[in-house]
Design a protein around this ligand. Structure first.
Ligand code: SF4
Length: 184
């Protein structure tokens, strides 16, 4: 008799700080229960770099600030049955959207040419093709692909992530109590 394969979960960090991934790990010893329920696919948690196939759930941390973020997010949409924006950066763009009111050229000039601590004898803004191209502004994930669920918070508490994952993995509605989704 063969075991039923476990559903797979993939995670990624786009324009994020990895705080939301730390919150996933904050489920503490429930991680042992989680690995009874699922297998991790592409994720920085296990350092698997490419999808091994379709997965049940994708957790996205961070919004899209460059073309590589957009590519990775579309790849997740293609491979994940359910896609979840985890945290404010994925949900709204978060802190990185502070640059959205300033033209991109001005941001780059401040960072590489005019900032008070800049030392740049070449006097050029880096433009190597290997460097992901910055977008004109930072976009929340749902403006790039369809997102099925949003988990609020910076980061969302471990309990919020845990309850949402368990509900989805056990085919129950994601009906989180106020305490797990409040901002105050
Ligand atoms: S929501 Fe907060 S914790 Fe998560 S990636 Fe953004 S800044 Fe980091």
């Amino acid at each position: 008799m063969t075991d039923t394969p476990k559903p797979k979960v993939a995670t990624t960090s786009l324009c994020g700080c990895f705080g939301c991934h730390m919150s996933v790990l904050d489920i503490d010893d429930r991680i042992l229960k989680l690995i009874e329920l699922i297998e991790f696919d592409k994720s920085p948690i296990n350092d698997i770099k490419k999808f091994t196939g379709k997965v049940a759930i994708g957790l996205i941390e961070g919004g899209c600030c460059n073309d590589e973020n957009v590519h990775v997010l579309r790849d997740f949409r293609e491979h994940c049955e359910i896609l979840i924006s985890v945290g404010e950066c994925a949900k709204t763009g978060g802190i990185p959207t502070m640059r959205n009111t300033i033209p991109l050229r001005e941001c780059l000039e401040e960072a590489y040419l005019n900032g008070p601590t800049v030392h740049n004898p070449a006097g050029k803004v880096p433009n190597d093709p290997e460097i992901p191209l910055l977008l004109n502004k930072v976009y929340p994930c749902h403006e790039v692909v369809k997102i099925d669920y949003h988990l609020p918070g910076c980061p969302p508490p471990a309990d919020t992530i845990w309850e949402a994952l368990v509900a989805l993995l056990t085919d129950k509605p994601v009906d989180l109590p106020y305490e797990l989704i409040k901002y105050d």
